[in-house]
Design a protein around this ligand. Structure first.
Ligand SMILES: CC(C)(COP(=O)(O)OP(=O)(O)OC[C@H]1O[C@@H](n2cnc3c(N)ncnc32)[C@H](O)[C@@H]1OP(=O)(O)O)[C@@H](O)C(=O)NCCC(=O)NCCS
Length: 139
């Protein structure tokens, strides 16, 4: 487990494109990595990048922006390890929040496993298919 660097971005983009219907652009990752207050972590397995988490601090809240694991490495605890390290590093008593597609049951189950609770819906938040976002908080 380590901080992500710019040299990881080709591997990040490769995982991102295999993980999301509307993947983030390279520019979005560069912007997040450039924020001094953010926490961007990568998990290595067998010498390669297996997954990453991107978290930004907005005033008094951590916003979990992105988490993805390579399809080759899923269901083996990689995301769990990333989230545990994130919660350690962001241990300043600030709450975490995130948005997740209402259809992404696997991710919602994972977040609930880590104590996140639903706090409403943002209607038609995702422009690609008009899907609602579930808003979740971990205090
Ligand atoms: C969602 C995703 C990141 C999960 O990654 P993963 O490495 O397969 O997840 P893990 O195997 O580490 O499981 C995560 C944790 O949640 C738990 N968990 C997973 N699904 C669960 C469920 N339905 N109910 C309860 N707990 C669940 C696991 O037990 C594990 O916890 P543990 O480490 O304490 O055992 C991965 O499937 C992915 O990249 N999906 C595509 C991108 C995506 O949807 N990202 C989230 C967008 S908001």
């Amino acid at each position: 487990m380590r901080r992500l660097g710019y040299s990881d971005l080709p591997n990040v983009i490769s995982i991102e494109r295999r993980s999301f219907p509307t993947p983030w652009s390279l520019a979005m990752f560069v912007l997040e990595l450039s924020k001094p207050s953010g926490i961007c972590l990568g998990a290595m397995r067998g010498g390669e990048l297996a997954g990453y988490v991107i978290c930004s601090r907005y005033d008094q809240v951590w916003h979990l922006m992105n988490v993805a694991v390579s399809p080759d490495h899923r269901t083996r605890g990689v995301a769990g390890a990333l989230l545990r390290r994130l919660f350690e590093e962001g241990r300043s008593q600030l709450p975490f929040t995130l948005e997740v597609r209402v259809s992404n049951h696997r991710a919602i189950g994972m977040y609930e496993h880590f104590g996140f609770r639903s706090a409403g819906v943002r209607p038609r938040y995702y422009h690609d298919n008009g899907e609602d976002a579930l808003i979740m908080w971990l205090d």
